[in-house]
Design a protein around this ligand. Structure first.
Ligand code: URA
Length: 437
């Protein structure tokens, strides 16, 4: 079938055979199918969706575009966690050393920030010297030595995803359930892990804000991973407001370190422990998520995961002193406070608007080639549900210049709502999809 016929069939809602879909994408890899044709195809998928057979074929083609790793060497179970993307989400920095401390192996491959959402790779890059571009051999060495290793996507693993993702990013086709599911599952199967825990976000700052859409994404992800032999569990967690009290790379590392010390904001700890306990169950290292959560909580308070994070930083070339003295992290020279316009209770902090404000400050990229500034970001001084007097500080902006702070301040002010009473608290962890009760 000609590329244009593949696009036409999908545009008209017909089902493609796995063979036609695979040939089309292989043609893209070879250079016989143009970017513009794949962009049109992605938009057709955005509107028409994919059948189960098409979704499986797409995922297998992405998977087959690179290598598949294996951890079947009799060592500890290998697990990974993947989030569908959020604002202030620094869970991976805490969870990787925590799960390693609990006896699992965590070969974690993460992404850069995308749109309004932050990325684990950009947060790690805020640690002076930290390298996320390890080759696969080095990655395995760090994993063997520390129990966890954290890198970016390598050209060897699912390279087709990188190319499709770049096109999706600029053609408004990211928020598609089948495209997100194929992208994530193909990469995770290629990692060779034995179990996967997914953090599927819903709420203002999520790529799929609607809860029911997020639920369908979670079901699609878990079902697809299962069909490819990877046991997966998903938790649906709230991204209505940013997670924790910081947005921005160095600020988030500082907060993750606080959490590893047993301090830090309660929502970050709650989500981390919930995902961690599911990871232990999925890996067969525990049977009861509540008991697993209690064990992880004790480990976190005991300081072992913090020490492991220090070893990880050192093994990947970073300056381990920042773990003990976060003042060694990059800091912005200018602070600007966004204050409450009336007295009351903070009823909403719109995660998406705050994510874009952080991007505007330089914590994320407007264009693919932009450099991220690790020092800038936002500090939430008054969280949702807390009272504030008129003129009290709600958000502190960390900026390079007064002018940049001023530009972000309007956006930040627009993200804040103050009401007479505290809103009923929504669920932080709403539902679980996957094996078990
Ligand atoms: N994360 C991914 O890896 N892929 C997507 O499509 C969305 C989030």
């Amino acid at each position: 079938m000609l590329p244009v016929e593949v696009i036409e069939r999908k545009r008209d809602g017909a089902e493609l055979s796995p063979r036609d879909l695979t040939d089309f994408l292989d043609g893209f890899t070879r250079g016989d199918v143009g970017d513009y044709q794949v962009a049109a195809f992605l938009m057709a998928v955005y509107y028409r969706g994919l059948s189960d057979a098409e979704l499986l074929a797409l995922t297998r083609t992405i998977l087959g575009s690179g290598r598949t790793l294996s951890f079947d060497d009799g060592g500890p179970p290998a697990v990974d966690k993947h989030s569908t993307g959020g604002v202030g989400d620094k869970v991976s920095l805490v969870l990787a050393p925590l799960l390693a401390e609990a006896g699992l192996r965590v070969p974690m491959m993460s992404g850069r920030g995308l749109g309004h959402s932050g990325g684990t790779l950009d947060k790690l890059a805020a640690i002076p010297g930290f390298r996320t571009d390890l080759g696969l051999a080095e990655f395995r060495d760090v994993l063997a030595e520390v129990g966890c290793a954290m890198i970016g996507q390598t050209p060897e693993i699912a390279p087709l995803d990188g190319r499709l993702y770049a096109l999706r990013d600029v053609t408004a086709t990211v928020p598609s359930i089948p495209l997100i599911a194929a992208s994530i599952v193909a990469k995770k199967v290629a990692e060779g892990i034995g179990a996967l825990v997914l953090d599927v976000k819903f709420g203002a700052g999520a790529f799929l804000p609607d809860r029911e859409d997020a639920l369908r994404l979670a079901e699609t992800l878990v079902g697809l991973a299962g069909r490819l032999g990877l046991p997966a569990t998903a938790l649906l967690t709230s991204m209505e407001a940013p997670l924790g009290a910081t947005v921005g790379n160095a600020l988030e590392v500082r907060e993750a370190v606080a959490c590893l010390r047993g301090e830090g904001p309660g929502d970050l700890r709650t989500v981390t422990l919930a995902l961690g306990s599911e990871a232990l169950v999925a890996a067969g290292a525990a049977t009861d998520p509540d008991a697993a959560g209690a064990r992880l909580s004790r480990l976190l308070d005991g300081g072992g995961p913090l020490a492991r994070f220090r070893r990880l930083v050192e093994a990947q070339g970073g300056d381990p002193r920042v773990v003990d003295d976060p003042d060694g992290l990059p800091a912005a020279s200018f602070r600007h406070e966004v204050r409450a316009t009336r007295s009351g209770v903070v009823s909403r902090l719109d995660a998406r608007a705050l994510g874009w404000a952080a991007v505007e400050l330089g914590a994320g990229r407007r264009r693919i080639e932009d450099e991220v500034d690790p020092s800038v970001g936002l500090e939430i001084v008054t969280p949702v549900g807390a009272g504030v007097e008129a003129g009290g500080v709600v958000v502190r902006i960390h900026a390079r210049t007064e002018e940049e702070a001023g530009r972000a301040a309007g956006r930040v002010a627009g993200a804040i709502e103050i009401a007479d009473e505290a809103p009923p608290p929504g669920p932080l962890v709403w539902r679980k999809v996957g094996a078990g009760p």
